[in-house]
Design a binder for this molecule. Structure first.
Ligand code: ADP
Ligand code: MG
Length: 618
């Protein structure tokens, strides 16, 4: 006689139920997902006593025939997967055919279902996997489930349920996750006869606001990015509204909620330096990827998902969020009301990568042009030496003369003569004469007046940020433009550096570096076009350092490398001799979503407020 026996179905189902149905919230999730898979446009969830006495889910979806109505409670009964291949192109939530069998094994279930074409529907009652009633009935199109006495035959589970408050919190969490993933479906949630949610169909933003509250609307920062591998959209909350708990962190892939510590890391990285201590970023991010490139089969409750291209997606998350935050968070804190022409729309993506055009006027001499301009004068206080040339004044006051020829003095604004009164009068007029561009270049800095003070731009950093923004946005979709070197560069690298180069070869190629390892040396035949002469070596050193010696998350390498390239490329001497060149750099800086900080978080712009300047003269 054999010792091995097949388990009876009801016991097998009960065991399986342990995995799929942990608490009332699991039932809510499975039933809601089935409703969506059935094409419902309205789903009503009605709960009593946190699901301990009733879970009811009513949908207006396809409904089932009398035959299917019975079959759906069988284990591995599913209409969603027919052949093994289907597993790799899933677009439905369910596919295991386990949920209904599991629920039916551990509760009392009443189901009423009707196909739209049928005159009557079917009612099934099933208790502990036993069908106790199967009748024709009159009911609306779609399907309704009533689950009572959950875990009635699994006392261990029942006893482990938490307080009603905690269990309902779980239900609400599951409800929100499903509702947030399907903004075009009308969902309601009722608990003990009071309505918790009535979410009308609408666009994603509306759904997020309806779930999180009206106040959220102004706090959302949209995120949008589209690449071959992933489409990303959704919102993050501005950092100042970060929560003390991790509650509002939602990631979805192909409309399915999932959790990922890896992607969470990317998102937190994007928020780095912007969050108050012990607060967590809130986000609602939706990834769309080819279903073939994910594996949802890893976890029975399916909240962990494997991605084939996870490193790429990590980079996309990091870069798009960082850019969006730059635009929405940092920018408004700058006092920048200079000229409206700078409020250009952000259209970098359609623009080819190019360096700023810097034109040089060799004949230009700032010291010759001042005499025939209007009174460029310096307010010399009460001394009365009011006609002193501004450039001379600055030179005299110890700012050095070396860079004098590169300074665009002629365009510096006119400063009024200081009034006699004690009262500090405005140093800078609110209205500056239109048509005159007002820059002063000194060393690394561009000075320019704003409505309420003086803005100082670090020119090299500005250029670095411009390059970075250009490169990163084009890198996401295409390889960077590369130039073949006339004389290939041979570089001796350590063994470990060569290995690092080879293992990042694909990424480096995408960045425009073409090279091969020969006899322990790197032979580089092409480099990104933005690099020239001396900056090539600088970039190369930085890149080798980054890939071989720095401890960087894999997903961040692309960023770091683009950062290295833009930083090195910006190291060459800049010519800011013409108004056009300066204008160009400023305009392009303000087209960058993040124009306040470099990728290395160095300040690009500062403004000296009028009050601050007044302060210095007290
Ligand atoms: P799965 O969702 O993994 O296929 P389930 O046990 O959740 O497995 O459901 C089994 C089957 O029952 C589904 O494949 C579907 O055909 C049918 N079904 C379940 N719920 C509904 C519903 N609300 N409307 C229509 N059909 C449903
Ligand atoms: Mg299902």
């Amino acid at each position: 006689m054999s010792l091995i026996q097949l388990l009876p179905d009801h016991i097998a189902n009960q065991i399986a139920a342990g995995e799929v149905i942990q608490r009332p919230a699991s039932v809510v999730k499975e039933l809601m997902e089935n409703a969506i898979d059935a094409g419902a446009t309205k789903v009503d969830v009605n709960i009593k006593e946190s699901g301990k006495s009733l879970i009811q889910v009513v949908d207006n979806g396809s409904g089932m025939s009398a035959d299917d109505a019975l079959l759906c409670f069988e284990r591995h009964a599913t209409s969603k997967v027919r052949k093994a291949d289907d597993l790799f192109s899933l677009v439905t939530k369910g596919f295991r055919g386990e949920a209904l069998a599991s629920i039916a094994a551990i509760a009392h279930v009443e189901m009423r279902t009707k196909l739209a074409d049928d005159a009557t529907g079917t009612q099934i009652n099933i208790e502990g996997s036993k069908v106790v009633n199967n009748t024709e009935t009159v009911c609306p199109n779609g399907t309704s489930f009533e689950i009572k006495n959950l875990f009635y035959n699994v006392p261990a589970r029942r006893n482990f349920l938490k307080s009603n408050k905690v269990e309902f919190r779980h239900i609400q969490d599951e409800f929100e996750r499903v509702a947030l993933a399907h903004s075009s479906i009308h969902f309601t949630l009722t608990h003990n006869d009071s309505e918790i949610y009535n979410l009308m169909p609408g666009v994603l933003r509306k759904r997020v606001v309806d779930v999180l509250g009206k106040k959220t609307n102004d706090r959302l920062v949209p995120i949008e990015e589209s690449t071959d591998i992933v489409e990303l959209n959704g919102f993050v909350l501005k950092p100042e509204y970060a929560r003390k708990t991790r509650g509002e962190q939602f990631l979805f892939v192909n409309d399915r909620f999932f959790k990922s510590t890896y992607f969470n890391h990317a998102i937190n990285k994007a928020f780095e330096g912007l969050l108050k201590e012990r607060t967590y970023a809130s986000y609602f991010l939706y990834l769309n990827v080819d279903p073939q490139k994910i594996d949802v089969n890893v976890h029975p409750t399916k909240t962990e998902i494997k991605f084939e291209e996870e490193k790429f997606i990590y980079s996309i998350l990091l870069s798009s969020i960082r850019q969006a935050l730059g635009k929405y968070n940092i920018a408004p804190t700058l006092d920048f009301e200079r000229e409206t022409s700078f409020d250009l729309p952000m259209d970098m993506k359609s623009k080819p990568v190019s360096e700023p055009v810097i034109k040089v006027n060799p004949d230009y001499n700032p010291f010759h042009s001042t005499s025939n301009r209007n009174t460029t004068s310096f307010s010399g206080g009460s001394s009365g030496k009011k006609s002193e040339n501004f450039s001379q004044a600055i030179t005299k006051h110890g700012f050095g003369t070396k860079e004098a020829s590169s300074a665009d003095w002629e365009n510096f604004y006119t400063i009024d003569e200081a009034p006699e009164e004690e009262e500090p009068a405005p140093l800078i007029e609110d209205e500056t004469s239109p048509g005159i561009s007002q820059f002063l270049i000194k060393g690394n800095y561009i000075f320019t007046p704003t409505k309420s003070g003086l803005m100082v731009i670090h020119a090299r950093r500005a250029y670095e940020q411009i390059l970075y923004t250009d490169l990163i946005s084009s890198f996401i979709t295409n390889p960077l433009q590369s130039q073949v070197l006339l004389f290939p560069i041979e570089k001796e690298l350590s063994k470990n550096e060569l290995v690092a180069w080879e293992s990042n070869a694909m990424m480096l190629k995408q960045l425009g570096f073409v090279g091969e390892v020969k006899e322990g040396e790197l032979h580089l035949s092409a480099v990104p076009s933005v690099l020239q002469d001396e900056t090539i070596q600088k970039a190369l050193d930085r890149i080798v350092e980054t890939i071989a010696h720095r401890d960087i998350e894999k997903g961040e390498i692309a960023h770091e490398l683009v950062h290295s390239i833009s930083k090195s490329a910006s190291m060459k001497k800049m010519n800011l001799n013409s108004k056009e060149a300066v204008n160009d750099i400023i305009e392009r800086l303000f087209q960058c979503e993040n124009h306040a900080f470099t990728p290395g978080n160095k300040k690009i712009i500062d403004t000296l407020s009028l009050e601050g300047i007044d302060e210095k003269f007290r």
